[in-house]
Design a protein around this ligand. Structure first.
Ligand code: GDG
Length: 731
């Protein structure tokens, strides 16, 4: 059976000491449940910290723990008190946690904590390396271990690594504040698959990668050296059945009866979260206060039960928050409470699972109003627990990842306290039919997309990525493939060669006009044109192409397909196009030239190109992206297209592309062999329209619609030469 190694900060079990004895307590978290279902197909191994400080353990106790845990497939990483202080309470929770939740003013950074973070990631890496084999799948979890994927890849090139982030990935403008932003990105990019809860986080991550590292991506695939990293969203679900069936539990029924008696007909509003500043607890209290103030008819008719689970209790912001929450609760209870009624029931502790389910079952409204939350499972659990009655209303923050899947909730902006107080009222007054309907449709989704499904989807994607990686090896044109191409070329009677020019037949030059064809290339093309139809299909303008290749018996396509030169020598437009738009677009490009040393604009007949090959690579990439964004908005509904080539951003008419030009040539004859070669995104249009039988070759990049890849223009020339040699040999 194949092995899946899960790595997370904490093992799904806690070791503690009671009266000198070791005690092992299992925790039934969502992650453990989700992964439980994978156990059937994989042998699962889990690496993580068992929750007890190394300082409390003797070497023999460490051994005892390791031996006992190994029986269950758990491998502990032991951390000292100081390790936890610097790595967990330091870099993880003083730097990453606030920043990634947009609390950047709370972010603290110091080198010692980051150093500890690196060291502990290394420690996890060593533990994994003790266990891992090349054929294993490794799945790393969350913000505590963002350097680990790269560390693993450096030590074991062939092992497949996935990473999932449970918290939000912030927008670039926020992420860029992190002092170690580049190291963290590189650490993550060691993974073959990177997962986030929602697509927004995927986009934020991809943006940061482009801006900070200059890597391009297509459809969520980033090329990193000779690897491809896939980035995708996997919204985490819950163990639906566990919550839906909780009402059958005797203890839940008993507690429910007691609670109903205590409520005595009052409506119950519920909130459950860790006492964390991201959860919007103070805003919620403020909104509740405003609600009571504005709608006094609800006095003595509602109760807000607020469960605040202690978390990171020794940290400054958490201690402040606790004080503030308790003061606010006291103030509201003092202000509105009556002899027989307390408006807020506040519990500062964690509660047993059965009590949690009792509260979910009893609550008329759940207030899940974080200021930021990666996903938020409480929202989902509340709706699942209503399986029978379906009479609960969920008030949900639009800043929780869960909001993307739970559109039937009353969505709120928790910063808008008045709006939130109105939402409380709307929830309490929602007609029963509407409640049932909204609840039922959310349940349908939650039932389908459970935590098991989430875990399976992630692992399946990881396996797909692995297959793709293996496939990439097969795509590389080797000696045998080359031989086969040459044979097919020689055997064919009617041969069509569609060849891009820059980057495909010649290397890039600093200025486009310097990339002249050399003697050797001209000889090669001339030789090929004697035995086949050769078409140079380029983004260059027609004057340049005519100047360089006019004397050869080849077809030419200029400006990505606007102009065609038939072998007879006549130029014609593929279809009528205009260039009036240039007057508006050119000044914008010029502005970007002024702001970017080394950039320049090239004006062709039907397109404008902004080149940045000679710029500082990072600045060039950043400006190119800005320019592309600006232009894309401007050309929206103008029948123009903004395209990115190799170090160039170009605007052209939308219905012109190399694909249409390629079809023009393909339709001219019944070809026995079509061979096509190109190096950038504009060539993808050509690859995608060619018949299945065509041989398509991409130069350089790995992400492509082409069937084969080669490294450089020199490989292309070698291929073309071998075609000629083979034809000569056979004749
Ligand atoms: C992180 C991300 C993301 C809570 N109190 C009690 C209790 N719980 C259980 C809930 C729920 C879980 O803890 C909390 O999960 P959340 O998703 O709400 O929030 P975080 O702890 O911040 O988790 C978050 C999550 O990772 C998963 O990726 O959704 O955005 O921040 O399952 O039921 N359970 C019991 N007693 C309690 O007092 N028994």
């Amino acid at each position: 059976m194949r092995r899946l190694i899960i790595v997370s900060n904490r093992l799904p079990l806690t070791v503690s000491k009671r009266k000198g004895e070791l005690v092992f307590t299992r925790s039934a978290g969502g992650l453990a449940t989700g992964l439980g279902s994978i156990y059937r197909d994989f042998e699962s191994i889990w690496v993580g910290w068992p929750g007890i400080s190394k300082d409390e353990l003797s070497p023999s106790e460490e051994q005892e723990i390791s031996a006992k845990l190994k029986e269950e497939g758990f491998y502990p990483v032991f951390l000292t008190h100081d390790d936890v202080g610097l790595y967990y309470y330091g870099f993880c929770n003083k730097t990453i946690w606030p920043l990634f939740h947009y609390f950047y003013l709370y972010m603290e950074y110091d080198d010692a904590s980051y150093e500890a973070y690196r060291r502990i990631n290394q420690k996890f890496c060593e533990k994994v390396l003790e266990i891992a084999r090349d054929e294993d799948l490794i799945w790393v979890h969350d913000y505590h271990l963002m350097l680990l994927p790269e560390m693993l890849k450096k030590s074991m090139e062939d092992v497949v690594v996935g990473f999932f982030l449970h918290i939000p990935f912030p927008a670039f403008e926020v992420y860029r504040l992190l002092p170690t932003r580049v190291e963290i990105l590189k650490g993550l990019l060691g993974a073959d698959l990177i997962g986030f809860h929602i697509y927004d986080y995927v986009l934020h991550f991809l943006n940061s990668v482009t801006y900070l590292l200059g890597y391009e991506h297509t459809m969520g695939e980033i090329e990193v050296g000779n690897r491809i990293v896939k980035v995708d969203s996997f919204p985490m679900g819950i163990d639906y059945e566990r919550f839906a069936s909780s009402i059958e539990n005797r203890r839940v029924q008993r507690e429910l009866r007691r609670l109903k008696r205590q409520l005595d007909g009052k409506k119950l509003l519920l909130s459950v979260d860790r006492l964390d500043y991201t959860k919007g607890i103070l805003h919620r209290l403020e909104a509740y206060e405003l609600f009571l103030e504005r709608y006094p008819e609800y006095i003595e008719k509602v109760i807000l039960l607020m469960v605040a689970v202690p978390t990171r209790t020794g940290m400054e912001h958490y201690m402040d928050l606790r004080r503030e929450v308790e003061e606010t609760v006291g103030r509201i209870n003092g202000r509105f409470g009556t002899v027989g009624w307390t408006p807020i029931w506040y519990l500062y502790r964690s509660i047993p699972f059965e009590t949690l389910c009792t509260l979910y079952n009893a609550a008329d409204v759940a207030l899940v109003t974080p200021l930021r939350d990666g996903m938020n499972l409480v929202a989902k659990e509340y709706i699942a627990a209503k399986d029978r009655t379906r009479d609960g209303v969920l008030v949900l923050s639009e800043f929780a990842g869960a909001a993307k899947e739970m559109g039937e909730a009353i969505l709120v902006n928790p910063n808008d306290v008045l709006g939130l107080s109105e939402a409380i009222r709307a929830a309490l007054e929602m007609p029963r039919d509407e409640k049932l309907e909204r609840c039922a449709s959310m349940q349908e989704r939650l039932k389908r997309y459970t935590v098991k499904r989430w875990a399976n989807d992630f692992v399946e994607s990881l396996i797909k990525v692995e297959r793709k990686l293996k496939g990439l090896v097969l795509m590389k044109v080797n000696r045998f493939i080359l031989e086969d191409f040459a044979k097919r070329f020689a055997d064919a009677e009617k041969r069509l060669l569609l060849l891009d020019y820059d980057g495909t037949l010649v290397p890039f030059a600093e200025r486009p006009e310097r990339a002249l064809p050399d003697e050797e290339l001209l000889r090669l093309l001339s030789g090929l044109s004697n035995v086949s139809t050769v078409v140079i299909i380029s983004g260059r303008d027609r004057k340049v192409l005519e100047g360089w290749f006019g004397s050869l018996n080849v077809g030419l396509v200029a400006e990505h397909g606007a102009w065609i030169r038939e072998p007879s020598g006549d130029w014609h437009l593929l279809e009528p196009v205009s260039n009036h738009w240039m007057e508006q677009i050119r000044p914008i490009m010029e502005l970007f030239v002024d702001r970017t040393p080394g950039a320049f604009v090239e004006q062709k007949e039907f397109s404008l190109a902004w080149h940045y090959r000679r710029c500082d690579p990072k600045l060039g990439a950043v400006r190119a992206r800005e320019l592309k964004n600006t232009l894309s908005q401007l050309v929206f509904n103008l029948n123009l297209e903004v395209i990115e080539g190799n170090k160039v951003v170009e605007v052209r008419n939308a219905n012109i592309n190399k694909g249409r030009a390629a079809i023009h040539w393909v339709e001219k004859d019944a070809w026995d062999m079509i061979f096509s070669c190109g190096d950038d995104w504009t060539d993808e249009d050509m690859f995608s329209v060619l018949p299945d039988t065509a041989v398509t070759v991409k130069v350089g990049a790995l992400t492509t619609q082409a069937k084969y890849v080669v490294e450089s223009y020199a490989d292309v020339r070698k291929m073309l030469e071998s075609f000629l040699e083979r034809v000569a040999d056979e004749s």
